[in-house]
Design a protein around this ligand. Structure first.
Ligand SMILES: C[S@@+](CC[C@H](N)C(=O)[O-])C[C@H]1O[C@@H](n2cnc3c(N)ncnc32)[C@H](O)[C@@H]1O
Length: 242
């Protein structure tokens, strides 16, 4: 991953910006770049590589998705790994409003009162659909194995034509956005596949994950990636608890 970042930096493309800020903090996920193609820490980028390489190596069937892509960097990494392994049978789904976070609905999702309005309600730079498509193209990774789902998760994800997932990466920060992704998508995750939660350090995201796991009887161990992200591997279908 570090060599991918360095080689693209030479071409003046910044997947993860390492020049500004504190390098150690950025590796661990304590801060992020405002201009790089991904906000993720290097540990979280490495975790994507680990999960995608594992499902390829072990033939865990299904596509890859990130819900909440901003400028596209993490989803670009997913597509790059498929390309590196010549994996032509999987799609990378790229889900975002491409216009920022939804207005908070505190009546329905009181946990989202903990969200930082400075961050969640500020305009995002260069994260519109055209920008994100262009970012994929800059790495020569925009092709028919990349499919975009523009709109609010609550509208797009339940009807997305996704059959099976091997990696489900959630990066929508809010309780609402986390739940709106887990409910329609977790049942499509193949046993042996991975779910990655980027924002487990945010109380509202953690609460959504805990509520969903409790409701569905999911007991797989939650593994920390850095000081923000976690993941687990689905070992079996959870008992149905509708
Ligand atoms: C933290 S950023 C994602 C960072 C990205 N994964 C990266 O690699 O840098 C969160 C993104 O989620 C999107 N988002 C959050 N909640 C959403 C929702 N309910 N529906 C659609 N998009 C949402 C926002 O537009 C934003 O682009």
């Amino acid at each position: 991953m570090r060599s991918l970042i360095r080689s693209n930096r030479m071409a003046n493309i910044q997947l993860a910006h390492l020049r500004r800020g504190n390098y150690e903090r950025r590796i661990a996920g304590h801060d992020f770049s405002d201009i790089a193609h991904s906000m993720l820490s290097l540990k979280r980028l490495d975790n994507i590589q680990l999960c995608v390489e594992t499902v390829i190596r072990e033939n865990i069937s299904g596509d890859l998705i990130e819900t909440g892509v901003m400028r596209g960097g993490a989803a670009i990494v997913m597509r790059a790994i498929l390309r590196a392994y010549g994996a032509h049978d999987r799609t990378v789904w790229v889900a975002d409003s491409f216009e920022g976070f939804p207005p908070l609905n505190l009546e329905k999702y009181p946990a989202d009162a903990a969200s930082d309005p400075q961050w969640h309600l500020r305009p995002q730079t260069e994260s519109g659909l055209a920008h994100v498509r262009r970012n994929f193209a800059r790495y020569d990774l925009l092709d028919d194995q990349v499919k975009f789902l523009p709109g609010w998760f609550r509208d797009t994800l339940p009807k997305a034509p996704i059959k099976q997932l091997a990696v489900l990466r959630l990066d929508g920060d809010l309780y609402e956005s986390t739940m709106d992704a887990l409910v329609p998508l977790y049942p499509k995750l193949t046993p042996g596949g991975f779910v990655i939660i980027d924002d487990y350090n945010l109380s509202m995201c953690e609460e959504a994950v805990r509520d969903y796991r409790k409701k569905m009887g999911i007991n797989e161990e939650i593994i920390p990636i850095d000081d923000a992200g976690v993941y687990w591997r689905k070992t079996a279908e959870p008992p149905s608890r509708n």
